[in-house]
Write a protein that binds this ligand. Structure first.
Ligand code: SF4
Length: 298
């Protein structure tokens, strides 16, 4: 017998909910709206919004003059706003308030690191090329070092002068435990290191909660879009706790073999098989429900 639970903590974060509801409000009265980059890293939700008139563009130059463009929750560097103004575009700014605060803190840290002849270093733990990280770099003219993981940190350490101040920030959706490791390593190298706790509280809480959810189920279906960076982090966390975790994009990706009995009965085929369905901050609730329904009918 199979029972299916949907993780109550999975689904869109506040920043994504806010951006999507603003897009939908606009599209109530208009037949189209341009979004600079994918409003959410989830193909199924993008298809749904595309049918309502949301057109995703890779660059502002793809938006015709005097049109309206939405800036998503990840935020953008100041140069984007300058270009939009130059081209006469109307901007619906959906930068998440948490990201806006982080951008402000990074500008302030940069000013501190270079005040009175200092030559300090700004370090960002984030994914190179990710929109949020590009937005952060834009606040300081690109003058920061970005590291994606502990191994990359080791390669950049020789470039950092630890006799000068160093300040560290994290992209909002990174893993709290990896960030703690990175900060501990940098702190061990100098006494002028300041660590900023900038992982989004909604993401940090999910890490703790998801690990318990993964442990409480025999099989886990982790639903996330290919491009979701938060999806990768949370999937890795679930897989680390429960090796029978599968990452899928939609109900179509479910393999019935995952639920079949193993010869030794180790998967509890004769007893109850507990399947957990969870996802990233970019996974819509309706998609989690569709996956759960598909499992019940497998
Ligand atoms: S993860 Fe947090 S910071 Fe990032 S968009 Fe969502 S609510 Fe905002």
């Amino acid at each position: 017998m199979v029972t299916v639970d949907i993780d109550p903590g999975s689904g869109f974060c506040g920043g994504v909910i806010r951006a999507i509801s603003r897009a939908e409000r606009f599209l109530d009265g208009e037949d189209h709206l341009f979004s600079l980059g994918a409003i959410v890293h989830n193909e199924a939700e993008l298809d749904r919004l595309g049918a309502e008139g949301l057109r995703t563009v890779a660059s502002l130059s793809d938006v015709p003059e005097s049109e309206t463009v939405l800036i998503r929750a990840h935020g953008e560097p100041p140069a984007t706003y300058d270009e939009a103004r130059r081209r006469g575009l109307t901007v619906i700014d959906c930068t998440c308030p948490v990201v806006l605060k982080l951008q402000e803190h990074i500008r302030e840290a940069y000013a501190r690191l270079h005040a009175g002849g200092l030559h300090g270093t700004l370090l960002i733990f984030g994914k190179i090329g990710h929109a949020e990280v590009l937005g952060l770099l834009g606040q300081v003219g690109g003058d920061a070092i970005v590291v994606e993981d502990r191994a990359m940190l080791e390669t950049v350490l020789p470039r950092i002068d630890f006799s000068e101040p160093v300040e560290i920030f994290s992209q909002t959706t990174k893993s709290p435990s990896e960030y703690a490791e990175i900060c501990a390593r940098v702190r061990s190298l100098g006494s002028r290191v300041t660590v900023h706790d900038t992982i989004c509280a909604q993401v940090a809480n999910r890490h703790e909660h998801l690990a318990a959810f993964a442990l409480a189920h025999d099989i886990l279906l982790f639903v996330a879009g290919e491009a979701s960076s938060n999806g990768k982090v949370l999937f890795d966390l679930c897989r680390g706790v429960n090796p029978r975790t599968w990452r899928i994009g939609s109900p179509r990706d479910i393999d019935p073999a995952w639920f079949r009995a193993e010869p030794d009965g180790a998967d509890g085929a004769s007893a109850e098989l507990r399947v957990g369905v969870c996802g990233a901050t970019s996974t819509p609730k309706w998609l989690l429900e569709a996956v759960a329904d598909a499992v019940r009918h497998t």
